[in-house]
Design a protein around this ligand. Structure first.
Ligand code: 6GU
Length: 250
């Protein structure tokens, strides 16, 4: 069972992950375990202070290293007690390595992840060198804290675990699993406010449907995310489908 520990000032936020949907069901099925640690419980003074003003001046506060290191130490200890020989320690920060499907799969292969979700302007840098294996960002924008980013990591890692998704779902069919964006989807009614479902989807010809979906995936990726296409070699069949999409788009 994959072990997650998160160090956070707001443990209640994580009810959103453990309580509902794919991640809620996966937890009930014991595919992973999540334990939360509040650095305030590891503060050393009587006011339970966990932050202080930045050296050098400037706005905001910085999280002090000691309560965080103690909380992380407790989390690592728990992981070891659960049989994780080398938990991977992640610090969620906009300065980190961008999370993509490759990193998600890599993390899904770990036995245990310990995540540090910072608040305020950030954490004391000395802690990073001492205990952090990787810094991870979920995108080029700033969140009010690392919690939502940690939940993003948990969600996309858990859906990679065998048994997390039903047969009907399956991570193999996800956008990005093949380096392309997903194709469009349709359900009943066949005619919605004058708009018809593409007829190939009603044809019952599975090969034609698969070909149409791949063409749509290639076309959408070409239109919306040319950076993804540039990273991926297209087969001869894929290239000709994309050319067909471009001709039809004109
Ligand atoms: Cl990991 N943390 C915060 N605070 N903001 C972010 C982020 C992480 N990733 C993108 N923005």
């Amino acid at each position: 069972m994959l072990q997650f520990d998160v160090v956070t000032l707001f443990p209640a936020m994580f009810d959103a992950v453990t309580g509902s949907g794919v991640t809620g069901r996966a937890r009930e099925r014991r595919l992973y375990e999540l334990v939360l640690w509040n650095p305030r419980d590891f503060a050393t003074n009587s006011y339970r202070t966990i932050d202080d003003r930045p050296y050098g001046g400037g706005p905001g506060m910085v999280m002090m290293p000691e309560p965080l290191e103690k909380a992380l130490g407790a989390a690592r200890q728990r992981q070891k007690s659960s049989g994780v020989s080398k938990p991977r320690v992640l610090h969620l920060t906009p300065q980190g390595r961008l999370l993509d499907n490759q990193l998600v799969r890599e993390l899904a292969g770990e036995q245990g992840l310990v995540m540090l979700a910072g608040r305020y302007e950030g954490i004391d840098e000395r802690l990073v060198g001492r205990v952090v294996d990787d810094e991870v960002s979920i995108g080029d924008y700033v969140l009010s804290g690392g919690e939502l980013a940690a939940m993003v990591v948990i969600d996309c890692v858990v859906r990679q675990l065998p048994g997390a998704l039903g047969d009907a779902e399956s991570a193999v069919q996800d956008s990005f699993a093949n380096g392309l964006l997903d194709h469009p989807h349709y359900t009943r009614p066949e005619l919605y406010d004058g708009a018809a479902v593409p007829s190939v989807l009603l044809s019952g010809n599975h090969a034609d449907v698969a070909r149409w979906r791949l063409k749509q995936s290639l076309g959408r990726t070409w239109c919306r995310r040319p950076d993804l296409l540039a990273k991926r070699n297209l087969s001869a069949a894929e290239s000709s489908l994309l050319e067909e999409f471009k001709r039809e788009a004109e």
